[in-house]
Design a protein around this ligand. Structure first.
Ligand code: BES
Ligand code: MN
Ligand code: ZN
Length: 501
Protein backbone atom coordinates (compact mmCIF):
# COMPACT_ATOMS: atom_id res chain seq x y z
CA UNK A 1 0.00 0.00 0.00
CA UNK A 2 1.41 3.32 -1.07
CA UNK A 3 0.77 6.39 1.05
CA UNK A 4 1.59 9.80 -0.34
CA UNK A 5 1.19 13.40 0.74
CA UNK A 6 -0.52 15.43 -1.97
CA UNK A 7 -1.66 19.05 -2.12
CA UNK A 8 -5.34 19.46 -2.88
CA UNK A 9 -5.67 20.36 -6.50
CA UNK A 10 -2.57 18.39 -7.46
CA UNK A 11 -4.16 14.95 -7.38
CA UNK A 12 -4.92 13.36 -10.69
CA UNK A 13 -7.71 11.08 -11.81
CA UNK A 14 -10.68 9.75 -9.91
CA UNK A 15 -10.09 7.63 -6.79
CA UNK A 16 -12.58 5.09 -5.48
CA UNK A 17 -13.15 6.98 -2.29
CA UNK A 18 -12.76 10.48 -0.86
CA UNK A 19 -13.10 10.81 2.88
CA UNK A 20 -13.55 13.97 4.89
CA UNK A 21 -14.23 14.24 8.60
CA UNK A 22 -16.38 16.76 10.38
CA UNK A 23 -16.87 17.69 13.99
CA UNK A 24 -20.35 18.14 15.35
CA UNK A 25 -21.75 21.36 13.98
CA UNK A 26 -25.33 22.54 13.75
CA UNK A 27 -25.19 24.11 10.30
CA UNK A 28 -22.24 23.13 8.16
CA UNK A 29 -19.17 20.92 8.01
CA UNK A 30 -16.32 22.00 10.28
CA UNK A 31 -13.69 21.70 7.56
CA UNK A 32 -12.79 24.30 4.98
CA UNK A 33 -15.13 23.63 2.06
CA UNK A 34 -12.79 25.25 -0.44
CA UNK A 35 -10.45 22.27 -0.01
CA UNK A 36 -12.75 19.99 -1.98
CA UNK A 37 -14.32 20.53 -5.35
CA UNK A 38 -17.56 22.43 -5.75
CA UNK A 39 -19.73 19.34 -6.06
CA UNK A 40 -18.37 17.71 -2.90
CA UNK A 41 -18.69 20.91 -0.99
CA UNK A 42 -22.33 21.21 -2.14
CA UNK A 43 -23.04 17.65 -1.00
CA UNK A 44 -21.46 18.35 2.39
CA UNK A 45 -23.54 21.45 2.90
CA UNK A 46 -26.72 19.63 1.96
CA UNK A 47 -25.91 16.75 4.29
CA UNK A 48 -25.93 19.26 7.13
CA UNK A 49 -28.82 21.45 6.01
CA UNK A 50 -31.04 18.40 5.55
CA UNK A 51 -30.03 17.16 9.00
CA UNK A 52 -28.93 13.82 7.57
CA UNK A 53 -25.41 14.25 8.86
CA UNK A 54 -24.38 16.59 11.65
CA UNK A 55 -20.94 15.26 12.49
CA UNK A 56 -21.94 13.34 15.58
CA UNK A 57 -19.41 10.79 16.77
CA UNK A 58 -19.35 7.61 14.71
CA UNK A 59 -21.88 8.79 12.13
CA UNK A 60 -21.21 8.18 8.44
CA UNK A 61 -22.69 9.84 5.37
CA UNK A 62 -22.03 8.53 1.92
CA UNK A 63 -22.70 9.81 -1.53
CA UNK A 64 -22.01 7.55 -4.49
CA UNK A 65 -21.67 8.21 -8.21
CA UNK A 66 -22.32 11.90 -7.94
CA UNK A 67 -19.85 12.94 -10.62
CA UNK A 68 -17.15 14.29 -8.33
CA UNK A 69 -13.76 14.91 -9.83
CA UNK A 70 -11.82 13.44 -6.92
CA UNK A 71 -13.61 10.15 -6.33
CA UNK A 72 -16.47 7.86 -7.21
CA UNK A 73 -17.73 7.92 -3.64
CA UNK A 74 -17.60 10.69 -1.10
CA UNK A 75 -17.86 9.76 2.57
CA UNK A 76 -18.21 12.08 5.53
CA UNK A 77 -17.39 10.71 8.95
CA UNK A 78 -18.52 12.33 12.19
CA UNK A 79 -15.97 13.11 14.90
CA UNK A 80 -18.31 14.38 17.61
CA UNK A 81 -17.64 17.47 19.72
CA UNK A 82 -14.27 19.04 19.07
CA UNK A 83 -13.76 19.99 22.74
CA UNK A 84 -13.23 16.32 23.46
CA UNK A 85 -10.68 15.84 20.70
CA UNK A 86 -7.33 14.20 21.39
CA UNK A 87 -4.73 11.79 20.03
CA UNK A 88 -6.61 8.63 20.83
CA UNK A 89 -9.89 9.95 19.34
CA UNK A 90 -7.94 10.81 16.23
CA UNK A 91 -6.44 7.33 16.04
CA UNK A 92 -9.82 5.68 16.42
CA UNK A 93 -11.38 7.77 13.69
CA UNK A 94 -8.49 7.12 11.30
CA UNK A 95 -8.93 3.45 12.01
CA UNK A 96 -12.60 3.78 11.05
CA UNK A 97 -11.50 5.29 7.72
CA UNK A 98 -9.69 2.03 6.97
CA UNK A 99 -12.79 0.03 7.96
CA UNK A 100 -14.88 2.08 5.54
CA UNK A 101 -12.33 1.65 2.74
CA UNK A 102 -12.29 -2.09 3.36
CA UNK A 103 -16.08 -2.36 3.41
CA UNK A 104 -16.22 -0.48 0.06
CA UNK A 105 -13.40 -2.68 -1.32
CA UNK A 106 -11.78 0.55 -2.39
CA UNK A 107 -8.40 0.35 -4.07
CA UNK A 108 -7.62 4.03 -4.14
CA UNK A 109 -8.53 6.41 -1.35
CA UNK A 110 -8.11 10.11 -0.70
CA UNK A 111 -8.34 11.61 2.74
CA UNK A 112 -8.84 15.27 3.53
CA UNK A 113 -6.22 15.50 6.26
CA UNK A 114 -6.99 18.92 7.66
CA UNK A 115 -10.60 17.95 8.36
CA UNK A 116 -9.23 16.09 11.42
CA UNK A 117 -7.55 19.18 12.87
CA UNK A 118 -8.72 20.61 16.17
CA UNK A 119 -6.83 21.60 19.31
CA UNK A 120 -4.73 19.95 20.69
CA UNK A 121 -3.92 18.19 17.40
CA UNK A 122 -1.63 20.36 15.29
CA UNK A 123 -0.60 19.69 11.73
CA UNK A 124 2.82 18.24 12.65
CA UNK A 125 1.19 15.68 14.91
CA UNK A 126 -1.60 14.90 12.48
CA UNK A 127 0.82 14.32 9.63
CA UNK A 128 2.58 11.64 11.72
CA UNK A 129 -0.44 9.98 13.28
CA UNK A 130 -2.49 9.75 10.08
CA UNK A 131 -0.20 7.51 8.01
CA UNK A 132 0.99 5.57 11.05
CA UNK A 133 -2.53 4.58 12.07
CA UNK A 134 -3.62 3.91 8.48
CA UNK A 135 -0.90 1.31 8.26
CA UNK A 136 -1.48 -0.18 11.69
CA UNK A 137 -5.20 -0.44 10.97
CA UNK A 138 -4.59 -2.32 7.78
CA UNK A 139 -2.33 -4.92 9.40
CA UNK A 140 -3.64 -8.44 9.43
CA UNK A 141 -1.83 -11.70 10.03
CA UNK A 142 -3.18 -13.67 7.08
CA UNK A 143 -0.14 -15.37 5.59
CA UNK A 144 -1.42 -18.85 6.42
CA UNK A 145 -4.85 -18.28 4.90
CA UNK A 146 -5.30 -19.68 1.43
CA UNK A 147 -5.63 -16.55 -0.70
CA UNK A 148 -8.87 -15.86 -2.54
CA UNK A 149 -8.50 -14.80 -6.17
CA UNK A 150 -10.53 -11.60 -5.77
CA UNK A 151 -8.44 -10.42 -2.85
CA UNK A 152 -5.75 -9.07 -5.10
CA UNK A 153 -8.19 -7.10 -7.22
CA UNK A 154 -9.74 -5.40 -4.22
CA UNK A 155 -6.53 -4.76 -2.34
CA UNK A 156 -6.25 -1.19 -1.03
CA UNK A 157 -3.24 -0.05 -3.02
CA UNK A 158 -2.97 3.70 -2.70
CA UNK A 159 -3.88 6.35 -0.18
CA UNK A 160 -3.39 10.02 -0.93
CA UNK A 161 -3.36 12.22 2.13
CA UNK A 162 -4.60 15.58 0.91
CA UNK A 163 -3.26 18.79 2.43
CA UNK A 164 -3.88 22.42 1.52
CA UNK A 165 -1.03 24.41 0.04
CA UNK A 166 -0.53 26.08 3.44
CA UNK A 167 1.13 22.92 4.72
CA UNK A 168 4.88 22.54 4.25
CA UNK A 169 5.77 19.59 2.05
CA UNK A 170 9.24 18.81 3.54
CA UNK A 171 7.80 18.66 7.06
CA UNK A 172 4.91 16.50 5.85
CA UNK A 173 7.24 14.08 4.11
CA UNK A 174 9.52 13.85 7.13
CA UNK A 175 6.52 12.99 9.28
CA UNK A 176 5.40 10.43 6.71
CA UNK A 177 8.82 8.79 6.78
CA UNK A 178 8.81 8.54 10.57
CA UNK A 179 5.29 7.07 10.44
CA UNK A 180 6.43 4.46 7.92
CA UNK A 181 9.41 3.44 10.03
CA UNK A 182 7.37 3.18 13.21
CA UNK A 183 4.39 1.35 11.75
CA UNK A 184 6.69 -1.05 9.87
CA UNK A 185 8.45 -1.82 13.14
CA UNK A 186 5.16 -2.43 14.95
CA UNK A 187 3.88 -4.68 12.17
CA UNK A 188 7.18 -6.55 12.12
CA UNK A 189 6.90 -7.09 15.88
CA UNK A 190 3.28 -8.21 15.55
CA UNK A 191 4.24 -10.77 12.94
CA UNK A 192 7.09 -12.20 15.02
CA UNK A 193 4.57 -12.70 17.82
CA UNK A 194 1.71 -13.99 15.67
CA UNK A 195 3.93 -16.60 14.06
CA UNK A 196 3.28 -19.94 15.74
CA UNK A 197 6.01 -21.49 17.87
CA UNK A 198 6.82 -24.09 15.20
CA UNK A 199 7.81 -21.21 12.90
CA UNK A 200 9.40 -18.87 15.44
CA UNK A 201 11.69 -20.81 17.78
CA UNK A 202 14.64 -19.04 19.48
CA UNK A 203 16.95 -19.67 16.49
CA UNK A 204 14.48 -17.89 14.16
CA UNK A 205 14.38 -14.91 16.52
CA UNK A 206 18.18 -14.85 16.31
CA UNK A 207 18.03 -15.01 12.53
CA UNK A 208 15.69 -12.03 12.43
CA UNK A 209 17.94 -10.10 14.79
CA UNK A 210 20.92 -10.72 12.51
CA UNK A 211 18.92 -9.59 9.52
CA UNK A 212 17.92 -6.36 11.28
CA UNK A 213 21.56 -5.80 12.19
CA UNK A 214 22.74 -6.36 8.65
CA UNK A 215 20.15 -4.09 7.05
CA UNK A 216 20.41 -1.40 9.68
CA UNK A 217 24.14 -1.49 10.28
CA UNK A 218 23.80 -2.57 13.92
CA UNK A 219 26.15 -4.73 15.89
CA UNK A 220 24.63 -8.13 16.63
CA UNK A 221 25.85 -10.95 18.79
CA UNK A 222 24.05 -14.17 19.65
CA UNK A 223 25.23 -16.30 22.55
CA UNK A 224 24.62 -20.06 22.48
CA UNK A 225 24.42 -22.65 25.26
CA UNK A 226 28.15 -23.17 25.69
CA UNK A 227 28.81 -19.43 26.08
CA UNK A 228 25.91 -19.09 28.49
CA UNK A 229 27.22 -22.00 30.53
CA UNK A 230 30.58 -20.28 30.76
CA UNK A 231 28.82 -17.12 31.90
CA UNK A 232 26.99 -19.18 34.54
CA UNK A 233 23.54 -18.16 33.32
CA UNK A 234 21.73 -20.79 35.34
CA UNK A 235 18.37 -19.14 34.74
CA UNK A 236 18.39 -19.34 30.95
CA UNK A 237 20.06 -22.76 30.94
CA UNK A 238 17.59 -24.20 33.45
CA UNK A 239 14.46 -22.97 31.67
CA UNK A 240 15.58 -24.15 28.23
CA UNK A 241 16.98 -27.55 29.19
CA UNK A 242 13.65 -29.35 28.71
CA UNK A 243 13.39 -28.29 25.07
CA UNK A 244 14.97 -29.57 21.87
CA UNK A 245 15.29 -25.94 20.82
CA UNK A 246 18.52 -24.40 22.06
CA UNK A 247 18.41 -21.08 23.90
CA UNK A 248 19.74 -17.98 22.17
CA UNK A 249 20.73 -14.77 23.89
CA UNK A 250 20.40 -11.98 21.35
CA UNK A 251 22.30 -8.71 21.70
CA UNK A 252 21.63 -5.88 19.24
CA UNK A 253 23.62 -2.71 19.62
CA UNK A 254 23.06 0.70 18.07
CA UNK A 255 25.01 3.95 18.29
CA UNK A 256 28.09 3.14 20.32
CA UNK A 257 29.44 6.52 19.17
CA UNK A 258 26.75 8.15 21.34
CA UNK A 259 27.87 6.58 24.62
CA UNK A 260 28.53 10.05 26.02
CA UNK A 261 24.76 10.76 25.67
CA UNK A 262 23.97 7.69 27.75
CA UNK A 263 23.33 3.99 27.24
CA UNK A 264 19.82 2.59 27.30
CA UNK A 265 19.44 -1.18 27.68
CA UNK A 266 16.17 -2.66 26.44
CA UNK A 267 15.56 -6.19 27.61
CA UNK A 268 12.69 -8.39 26.42
CA UNK A 269 11.37 -11.76 27.56
CA UNK A 270 11.59 -14.24 24.70
CA UNK A 271 9.81 -17.41 25.73
CA UNK A 272 8.91 -18.66 22.27
CA UNK A 273 6.52 -21.12 23.82
CA UNK A 274 5.55 -21.46 27.45
CA UNK A 275 4.01 -24.81 28.36
CA UNK A 276 4.81 -24.11 31.99
CA UNK A 277 7.41 -26.88 31.97
CA UNK A 278 7.00 -29.60 34.61
CA UNK A 279 4.59 -27.25 36.44
CA UNK A 280 2.57 -27.64 33.27
CA UNK A 281 -0.21 -25.23 32.30
CA UNK A 282 -3.81 -26.34 31.71
CA UNK A 283 -4.55 -26.96 28.00
CA UNK A 284 -7.22 -24.25 27.70
CA UNK A 285 -5.61 -21.21 26.09
CA UNK A 286 -2.17 -22.78 26.05
CA UNK A 287 -1.98 -22.12 22.30
CA UNK A 288 -1.69 -18.44 23.11
CA UNK A 289 1.59 -19.00 24.90
CA UNK A 290 3.32 -18.44 21.57
CA UNK A 291 2.98 -14.78 22.47
CA UNK A 292 5.22 -15.21 25.49
CA UNK A 293 8.10 -13.82 23.42
CA UNK A 294 6.35 -10.47 22.92
CA UNK A 295 8.93 -8.59 25.01
CA UNK A 296 11.78 -9.90 22.86
CA UNK A 297 9.83 -9.10 19.67
CA UNK A 298 9.26 -5.54 20.91
CA UNK A 299 13.00 -5.14 21.52
CA UNK A 300 13.80 -6.39 18.00
CA UNK A 301 11.15 -4.15 16.42
CA UNK A 302 12.32 -1.13 18.37
CA UNK A 303 15.94 -1.65 17.33
CA UNK A 304 14.86 -2.07 13.74
CA UNK A 305 13.15 1.35 13.89
CA UNK A 306 16.05 2.86 15.82
CA UNK A 307 18.45 1.82 13.06
CA UNK A 308 16.39 3.95 10.66
CA UNK A 309 15.45 6.87 12.89
CA UNK A 310 19.02 7.24 14.16
CA UNK A 311 18.58 8.92 17.55
CA UNK A 312 21.69 10.26 19.32
CA UNK A 313 21.78 7.63 22.03
CA UNK A 314 23.58 4.35 22.63
CA UNK A 315 20.91 1.63 22.71
CA UNK A 316 21.49 -2.03 23.49
CA UNK A 317 18.69 -4.55 22.95
CA UNK A 318 18.98 -7.82 24.84
CA UNK A 319 16.58 -10.67 24.18
CA UNK A 320 16.94 -14.01 25.94
CA UNK A 321 15.03 -16.50 23.78
CA UNK A 322 14.05 -19.97 24.99
CA UNK A 323 11.29 -22.52 24.88
CA UNK A 324 9.80 -23.73 28.19
CA UNK A 325 9.06 -27.44 27.66
CA UNK A 326 8.74 -30.50 29.89
CA UNK A 327 10.90 -33.41 28.81
CA UNK A 328 13.12 -35.90 30.65
CA UNK A 329 15.85 -33.33 30.94
CA UNK A 330 13.59 -30.53 32.10
CA UNK A 331 14.15 -28.44 35.18
CA UNK A 332 12.27 -29.74 38.24
CA UNK A 333 10.39 -27.81 40.90
CA UNK A 334 12.82 -27.56 43.79
CA UNK A 335 15.90 -27.32 41.60
CA UNK A 336 18.33 -24.67 42.76
CA UNK A 337 20.14 -22.72 40.07
CA UNK A 338 23.03 -20.30 40.26
CA UNK A 339 22.43 -17.14 38.28
CA UNK A 340 24.81 -14.95 36.25
CA UNK A 341 25.19 -12.47 39.12
CA UNK A 342 26.05 -15.25 41.56
CA UNK A 343 22.74 -15.37 43.44
CA UNK A 344 20.99 -18.71 43.93
CA UNK A 345 17.33 -19.33 43.12
CA UNK A 346 15.06 -22.19 44.11
CA UNK A 347 12.68 -22.96 41.27
CA UNK A 348 9.43 -23.47 43.15
CA UNK A 349 7.36 -23.34 39.97
CA UNK A 350 8.82 -23.99 36.52
CA UNK A 351 6.02 -21.88 35.03
CA UNK A 352 7.57 -18.76 36.56
CA UNK A 353 10.27 -19.01 33.90
CA UNK A 354 10.22 -15.50 32.46
CA UNK A 355 11.83 -13.97 35.51
CA UNK A 356 14.57 -16.62 35.45
CA UNK A 357 15.70 -15.81 31.94
CA UNK A 358 15.27 -12.06 32.44
CA UNK A 359 17.33 -12.20 35.61
CA UNK A 360 20.37 -13.44 33.70
CA UNK A 361 19.81 -10.91 30.91
CA UNK A 362 19.44 -8.04 33.40
CA UNK A 363 22.60 -9.05 35.22
CA UNK A 364 24.41 -9.43 31.88
CA UNK A 365 23.45 -5.88 30.85
CA UNK A 366 25.91 -4.54 33.43
CA UNK A 367 28.78 -4.94 30.97
CA UNK A 368 27.30 -2.25 28.73
CA UNK A 369 27.45 0.26 31.62
CA UNK A 370 23.84 1.28 31.12
CA UNK A 371 22.56 4.63 32.34
CA UNK A 372 19.01 3.22 32.20
CA UNK A 373 17.43 -0.21 31.85
CA UNK A 374 13.91 -0.96 30.66
CA UNK A 375 12.59 -4.48 30.42
CA UNK A 376 9.36 -5.70 28.84
CA UNK A 377 7.78 -9.06 29.53
CA UNK A 378 4.56 -11.00 29.37
CA UNK A 379 5.43 -11.87 32.91
CA UNK A 380 2.35 -12.52 35.02
CA UNK A 381 -1.27 -13.55 34.63
CA UNK A 382 -1.80 -11.47 37.77
CA UNK A 383 -1.29 -8.35 35.66
CA UNK A 384 -4.64 -9.09 33.97
CA UNK A 385 -6.26 -9.39 37.38
CA UNK A 386 -4.87 -6.01 38.41
CA UNK A 387 -5.35 -3.96 35.24
CA UNK A 388 -7.29 -5.97 32.66
CA UNK A 389 -6.20 -5.18 29.09
CA UNK A 390 -6.38 -1.44 29.68
CA UNK A 391 -2.86 -0.78 30.92
CA UNK A 392 0.68 -2.07 31.04
CA UNK A 393 1.84 -2.85 34.58
CA UNK A 394 4.71 -0.50 35.36
CA UNK A 395 7.18 -0.92 38.22
CA UNK A 396 10.73 0.13 38.89
CA UNK A 397 13.30 1.80 41.06
CA UNK A 398 13.56 5.26 39.52
CA UNK A 399 10.54 7.53 39.72
CA UNK A 400 11.81 9.89 37.02
CA UNK A 401 12.24 7.10 34.52
CA UNK A 402 8.87 5.63 35.47
CA UNK A 403 7.18 8.96 34.90
CA UNK A 404 8.78 9.45 31.51
CA UNK A 405 7.70 5.95 30.49
CA UNK A 406 4.20 6.75 31.66
CA UNK A 407 4.18 10.03 29.72
CA UNK A 408 5.39 8.38 26.52
CA UNK A 409 2.75 5.67 26.91
CA UNK A 410 0.01 8.22 27.43
CA UNK A 411 1.03 10.07 24.27
CA UNK A 412 1.02 7.04 21.98
CA UNK A 413 -2.03 5.30 23.47
CA UNK A 414 -0.05 2.58 25.26
CA UNK A 415 -1.01 3.44 28.79
CA UNK A 416 0.90 2.26 31.84
CA UNK A 417 -0.16 2.10 35.45
CA UNK A 418 2.39 2.02 38.24
CA UNK A 419 2.30 -0.60 40.97
CA UNK A 420 4.37 -0.33 44.17
CA UNK A 421 7.66 -2.11 44.67
CA UNK A 422 8.16 -1.69 48.40
CA UNK A 423 10.92 -3.66 50.14
CA UNK A 424 8.32 -5.54 52.17
CA UNK A 425 7.37 -7.53 49.07
CA UNK A 426 10.76 -9.22 49.24
CA UNK A 427 9.51 -11.24 52.25
CA UNK A 428 7.35 -13.26 49.85
CA UNK A 429 10.29 -14.39 47.71
CA UNK A 430 12.94 -14.80 50.41
CA UNK A 431 14.55 -18.25 50.16
CA UNK A 432 15.54 -20.80 52.80
CA UNK A 433 17.89 -23.16 50.99
CA UNK A 434 18.56 -20.53 48.34
CA UNK A 435 18.82 -16.74 48.29
CA UNK A 436 15.57 -16.25 46.43
CA UNK A 437 12.45 -18.21 45.44
CA UNK A 438 11.13 -17.85 41.90
CA UNK A 439 7.52 -17.38 43.08
CA UNK A 440 6.00 -15.43 45.89
CA UNK A 441 4.60 -17.27 48.87
CA UNK A 442 1.84 -15.89 51.02
CA UNK A 443 -0.39 -15.17 48.09
CA UNK A 444 -1.30 -12.04 46.21
CA UNK A 445 0.62 -9.34 44.41
CA UNK A 446 1.88 -11.66 41.69
CA UNK A 447 2.91 -8.87 39.34
CA UNK A 448 4.77 -7.12 42.14
CA UNK A 449 6.60 -10.15 43.52
CA UNK A 450 7.73 -11.00 39.97
CA UNK A 451 9.14 -7.49 39.60
CA UNK A 452 10.69 -7.75 43.06
CA UNK A 453 12.43 -10.91 41.85
CA UNK A 454 13.81 -9.05 38.81
CA UNK A 455 15.01 -6.20 41.01
CA UNK A 456 17.50 -8.59 42.66
CA UNK A 457 19.34 -8.81 39.34
CA UNK A 458 19.21 -5.22 38.11
CA UNK A 459 22.70 -3.71 38.26
CA UNK A 460 21.68 -0.02 38.47
CA UNK A 461 19.01 2.11 40.10
CA UNK A 462 17.54 3.63 36.94
CA UNK A 463 15.30 0.73 35.96
CA UNK A 464 11.71 0.30 34.81
CA UNK A 465 9.83 -2.93 34.22
CA UNK A 466 6.80 -3.22 31.93
CA UNK A 467 4.53 -6.20 32.43
CA UNK A 468 2.75 -6.54 29.08
CA UNK A 469 1.05 -9.89 29.82
CA UNK A 470 -2.45 -8.43 29.51
CA UNK A 471 -1.82 -6.00 26.65
CA UNK A 472 0.49 -7.78 24.19
CA UNK A 473 -2.41 -9.77 22.76
CA UNK A 474 -6.03 -9.04 21.96
CA UNK A 475 -8.70 -11.71 21.45
CA UNK A 476 -10.91 -9.38 19.43
CA UNK A 477 -10.38 -6.70 16.80
CA UNK A 478 -9.80 -3.28 18.30
CA UNK A 479 -9.27 0.06 16.55
CA UNK A 480 -5.90 -0.15 14.77
CA UNK A 481 -5.16 -3.43 16.55
CA UNK A 482 -6.47 -6.49 14.79
CA UNK A 483 -7.01 -9.70 16.67
CA UNK A 484 -3.72 -11.21 17.86
CA UNK A 485 -0.47 -9.48 18.73
CA UNK A 486 -0.73 -5.75 19.39
CA UNK A 487 2.97 -4.91 19.24
CA UNK A 488 2.44 -2.78 22.35
CA UNK A 489 5.68 -1.30 23.65
CA UNK A 490 7.33 -0.42 20.34
CA UNK A 491 5.62 2.94 19.91
CA UNK A 492 6.05 3.72 23.58
CA UNK A 493 9.80 3.06 23.51
CA UNK A 494 10.28 5.03 20.29
CA UNK A 495 8.42 7.99 21.78
CA UNK A 496 10.53 7.73 24.92
CA UNK A 497 13.76 7.58 22.92
CA UNK A 498 12.65 10.54 20.85
CA UNK A 499 12.46 12.72 23.96
CA UNK A 500 15.40 11.11 25.76
CA UNK A 501 17.41 13.34 28.08
N1 BES B 1 3.85 -16.36 30.50
C1 BES B 1 3.24 -16.46 31.76
C2 BES B 1 2.41 -15.23 32.13
C3 BES B 1 1.19 -15.03 31.27
C4 BES B 1 0.00 -15.61 31.62
C5 BES B 1 1.25 -14.22 30.18
C6 BES B 1 -1.13 -15.39 30.85
C7 BES B 1 0.14 -13.99 29.42
C8 BES B 1 -1.06 -14.58 29.76
C9 BES B 1 4.28 -16.66 32.84
O1 BES B 1 5.41 -17.34 32.46
C10 BES B 1 3.62 -17.47 33.91
O2 BES B 1 3.30 -18.57 33.66
N2 BES B 1 3.43 -16.86 35.07
C11 BES B 1 2.78 -17.50 36.15
C12 BES B 1 3.56 -17.20 37.40
C13 BES B 1 3.17 -18.04 38.55
C14 BES B 1 3.59 -19.48 38.34
C15 BES B 1 3.82 -17.49 39.79
C16 BES B 1 1.37 -16.97 36.23
O3 BES B 1 1.16 -15.79 36.00
O4 BES B 1 0.47 -17.74 36.51
MN1 MN C 1 5.17 -19.44 32.56
ZN1 ZN D 1 5.92 -17.21 30.51
Amino acid sequence: MKITNVFTGDSKGQADLLIAASFEHPKQPSFNLSLIDGEASEISKQAFSSGRFLGSEGSVFSSFNTGLKLAKEFVLIGLGKNEKWGRENLRKSISSVVCIAKSRRAKTVRILAESFLAAPIQLDLLSEILPEILKLSRYQFDKYLTPKKEDEKTELSSIEILYSKKAKKPALDKALHRAHVISDAVCFTRTLINEPANQMPPREMARHAKEIAQKGNLHCEVLGVSEMKKLKMGGIIGVSQGSKEAPHLIILEYGSQYKNHGTLCLIGKGVCFDTGGISIKPSANMEKMKYDMSGAAVVLGTLKAVSELKPALHIVGIAPCVENMPDGGAQRPGDIVKMHNGKSVEVINTDAEGRLILADALAYSERFKPTAIIDLATLTGACTVALSDKAIGLLGTDQNLIESVQKAGEKVGERCWQLPLWDEYFDQIKGHHSDILNVGTGGGGGTITAAMFLKQFVPIKRWAHLDIASTAWTDSNKPYRSRGATGIGVRLLLELIRNWK
